[in-house]
Design a protein around this ligand. Sequence first.
Ligand code: NAD
Length: 251
Amino acid sequence: VGSLTGRVAVVTGAAGGIGGATAARLSREGASVVLVDLDGDAASALAARLEGEAIGVAADVSREEDVERYMDAAVDRFGRVDLHHLNAGIPGTPTALPDLGVEEFDRVIAVNMRGTFLGLRAAFRQYFLQSSAGAIVITASIASLRGSSDLLPYHASKHGVLGLMRNAAVYGGPLGVRVNAVAPGIVPTALFGSGDGPGGSADMVQRASTTPLRRAGSPEEIASVVAFLLSDDAAYMTGEAVSVDGGASIV
Ligand code: NAD
């Protein structure tokens, strides 16, 4: 605790399970935190509960002007941004490939892929302006490594964010900017429907019970790896996707 004292961090999807846990963890490590979410009220409420300095900002990460606005809000309040957790994401509606519409495809890609691209671009532009180094973590998924029968846009977008991550890491390395990804397995959050059907929370927790560690993960267990990757403890790591999935991806 305290390894991020004096740093300024932006977390997107910060009103959600994994983003909220990361914001809290970075705050405990001493960072000032900007919590960005579609649900600005929830982000602000969470910011008010953190120990350190924090603000909430309402923004849709898929919209260019919103991404510029959250960066401006961060710089206005804290003077600069050092760390980014590009984490906002949506699963989409389960649909078999023959029935998948262009609108649904574009909707998921817009948040998960374009939102990550826009966040990366905004981060790099800011690093140039402040002429300093930084660190970025993207939330990928076990879906970055696997296919599925009914969530094609989600899986494709999560493969895609690894491409964004590796390109940004190659570009950022000589500038002193590290870019990595965390790939969670099953973490019960609002991402899964509350229903009892396939893909619902109960079903996912049941599926997690067959993974090597025999359980689902917690948002805090993802947040601790994000905090590590953003810290100087990971100073020689870039372009890496770290699975945090209880071993799910090795069986
Ligand atoms: P969550 O639904 O609890 O949180 C997601 C947050 O993102 C919500 O607060 C939501 O309002 C916000 N959001 C959605 N669209 C947005 C947009 N356009 N702009 C700004 N904010 C937006 O889910 P979570 O599980 O915490 O998911 C966080 C990330 O983790 C996602 O990228 C998800 O794909 C990834 N992930 C989750 C799991 C899991 O098991 N929960 C596994 C692998 C990857």
